[in-house]
Design a binder for this molecule. Sequence first.
Ligand SMILES: [Cu+2]
Length: 159
Amino acid sequence: MRRPIAGWKIAAVIVGAVSLTLAAAFLAVQLVRLPIAAGTIDPLRLNMTEFRDRGLFKTGASSYTLRLIAKEWVFDAGQRRDQPFAFTIPVGSTVTIVATSMDVMHSLKIGKEPAIPIIAGTISTRTITFTTPGTYPLACTSYCGPNHLQMIGTITITP
Ligand SMILES: [Cu+2]
């Protein structure tokens, strides 16, 4: 004679199905929110790409490219390991940030600008024109591990 299915088993299946659905929905939302990815890249071969040359590069009279790799736990724009991430440029400069991650997801927040998600395998870009002199703090706003709070820096805009 077949025994009836225990109630807890049915409950477990329902809970499992609901969590899977929620996880799928969450992932879908995350994917939809990645609009600024400008391309894809192999995170294991960054040294064979443009990210081999990191730093602030002047590309025009008042335009720059800031190319960096986010990784646990630094924004690596070519600065020495014992040096902070700090760049100084004149007011009116337009900076195109080109970034990718070598590991987990990071986010780059500069001053009051919306955070730029930085994800392994994709290239994120954002162009910002700095019209007000001052020191703009920069930080990672995606929790990325125990030393997440070390991912800081500054961009100083001189008058
Ligand atoms: Cu972080």
